[in-house]
Design a protein around this ligand. Sequence first.
Ligand code: CFM
Length: 539
Amino acid sequence: MSIDPRVVKEELIQIYPKKLRQKRSEQIVITEHGEGGSVPEIKANVRSSPGIITQRGCTYAGCKGVVIGPSRDILSITHGPIGCGFYSWLTRRNQTRPPSLEDPNFINYCLSSDIQEENIVFGGEKKLKEAIREAAKLFNPKAIALFSTCPVGLIGDDVHAVARDMKEELGINVFGFSCEGYRGVSQSAGHHIANNGVFKHVVGLNETPHEEKFKINMLGEYNIGGDGFVLEELLVRCGIKQISTFSGNSTYDTMANAHTADLNLVMCHRSINYVAEMMEKRFGIPWMKVNFIGASASAKSLRRIGEYFEDEGLKARIEEVIAEEMAKVEATRAIVKSRCEGKTAMLFVGGSRAHHYQQLFTEIGMKTIAAGYEFGHRDDYEGRKVLPGIKVDADSRNIEELEIVPDPERFRERRTPEQIARMESMTEMEFRDYIGMMPEMDSDTLVIDDLSHHETERLLEMYKPDIFCAGIKEKFGVQKMGIPCKQLHSYDYGGPYAGFRGAINFFKDIDRMVNMKIWSYVDPPWKAASEQVQEVAAD
Ligand code: CFM
């Protein structure tokens, strides 16, 4: 069934009051591809309107939960009331694998300064210091990170001063983040704050040299459901050394050593592009965009790495690995495709997966009929070429922009200007570039930023997609409407989905979900409700 997306757009927003309708109409666009690959402008990274029920999280979540949290031996302490720490405890499936039982792994713990009313009135810095001393004694960590929550920002506690004092007192690295939940319009602000902090306080502190020829860092890969394990294994087979990741399965020492790599690979552009750019400015390490979600995307990304290092041996090994893996993928893909071809999907996730996962659906013949990010910026939709035109608003100005200059001793050009120019001219390289989600989508497709609950329901009613991809907050509302919901944040306890092996897992899971009839057999209770109840519900 084809519905005119323009009609759908009007339908989605007509219920809103005038001002909100105007705002949402700029955040809902219909893709079209103009000359030179231009796509329509979308309004993104702006405040959610009160009451619309956004999918978004907060700045603290983006800093502590997303970027720093997956690192297993940085001890994270939430400075705030216990709820902020407790409800952000183990909510993201970032896995880690310490080499032995003796190696530290703090991911399972939830540490908080547990401030009380008394601390809100008289200040919480003293209590935070006590918490740090206690935690240091118990866990003996190399580094401690302190995360500010909304109330400590409001009362003006200075986590940075506390960090400086404790660093001196304990003789270990202690650093703080002003990542109060309200600091930005979403978790995206928290990514930026975390990137700044990790760059200021960690990167460059470990000079361990490496003999390997092809050294990379994997940025924006958080090892959700074991994705990072699959990718590291893949890189090792190709003969590529992963110095550090930011930050799935990472340690403090590997991050501190990241400046010894010769290339940064950027998986999730939204959450980590700042580190990529700062590392290039200070140390001379170029970056390129990769996408290991999808088998053909993985092959393309590996070939990009081979192209960068310009090494025939490496390129040959990469081709061998691709051929071997593709053969395995094809077997499953062919079967799944025959069962899924023509089915439809909607993806509303975070700041990069709504783009990356379209690839996996395409590979099994499924069509993405609507997609959007929770907190992506315009560059994530339209590509980095729009960056110079993005106005910095008050909410973004809130976040510190670090001034980065080349390191006098350690800056080293990894590639000659000629090599750089060659790669920049190859569009398929996405060298220092990200082309964004919209250019890769079909024309006449709905793209919606910061989807609201009302819009979700209307979309489902109008299109009845075969699968809806979102998160835990959306999942049960969607399923009650008779449509399977795949969680693309946590993978619903499944995964890994990255690389070739991950693609096979994904195909099987999606096949099972879209071909399972269970949802159509179950009538939601309200369908059977009496007229009277329905009337009340409609009021
Ligand atoms: Fe990047 Fe992520 Fe995402 Fe993200 Fe996230 Fe996540 Fe995500 Mo959930 S870093 S933007 S803040 S790819 S936690 S691993 S799944 S919203 S699309």
